[in-house]
Design a protein around this ligand. Structure first.
Ligand SMILES: [Mg+2]
Length: 230
């Protein structure tokens, strides 16, 4: 009997490596909402102190780390109950209400071209929590990973999701430039001009810039392949 074709073992033609914050999820709006929740709870001065602590921890660790931020902020508060309320204002946020309008439809579309996965930068507690609670984990069939700096883990990403080529989609031009510089023949880079990093410029520039995540639905594989260097 003839062997069945080895299609099942063949890599996906394309894997779409999607960022989370300000790419699939409106994280600027999440932060603004959290700021308003904290102000109701703590008042203006302590809320400002909270975000100052958040930035200090981010500077020290090179990444947002909310568990460490809560610990560092505790001495500013009268009791543990208030810290629990601060933690709840942030961790119990309804993240699913802040997906961009076309995020889920776009993930469905990308599945017709290849495999969409999420590779996000962030801490190992808050960022996975956000990806789960937003519904994004289910939307990518649990194919997601969080790194502190994703551009340092391209080999792991390629080993985990074998593909003919990769399309990296991110709001940060810095990450896209670093990826394209390292692997120009394997990665097509797409910047989504959403969020407060949209104005940043780096070399090489992204292969494509799109106004919003839903604009990916206008692309097809032959168009994307043209951006791979030979
Ligand atoms: Mg982002």
């Amino acid at each position: 009997m003839d062997m069945p074709p080895a299609a099942a073992q063949r890599p996906a033609p394309a894997v779409f490596i999607l960022d989370c914050d300000n790419t699939l999820l409106d994280n600027d709006a999440v932060k603004a909402d959290m700021d308003a929740r904290l102000e109701t709870l703590l008042g203006e001065a302590l809320t400002a102190r909270f975000w100052q602590t958040y930035e200090e921890v981010r500077r020290q660790e090179g990444v947002v780390d909310l568990p460490a931020t809560f610990t560092a902020f505790r001495p500013n508060l009268p009791d543990e109950a208030t810290l629990d309320q601060v933690r709840a204002a942030i961790m119990d946020y309804p993240f699913d209400t802040r997906l961009f309008p076309h995020t889920l439809a776009t993930l469905d579309y990308l599945r017709t071209l290849g495999q969409p996965v999420i590779v996000s930068d962030g801490d190992t507690v808050y960022q996975p929590h956000k990806i789960e609670l937003s519904g994004l984990a289910v939307a990518v069939q649990n194919q997601w990973v969080v790194y502190i700096h994703k551009e340092d883990h391209l080999a792991e990403v390629m080993a985990r999701w074998p593909a003919d080529f990769y399309v990296m989609v991110d709001d940060k031009a810095r990450i896209l430039a670093e990826t394209k510089r390292r692997l120009p023949d394997r990665f097509v880079t797409v910047q989504i001009l959403q969020g407060h990093y949209a104005g940043d410029a780096f070399t090489p520039p992204p292969d494509l810039t799109l106004g919003q995540i839903g604009d990916l639905q206008a692309l097809d594989l032959p168009t994307l392949r043209r951006y791979l260097s030979r």
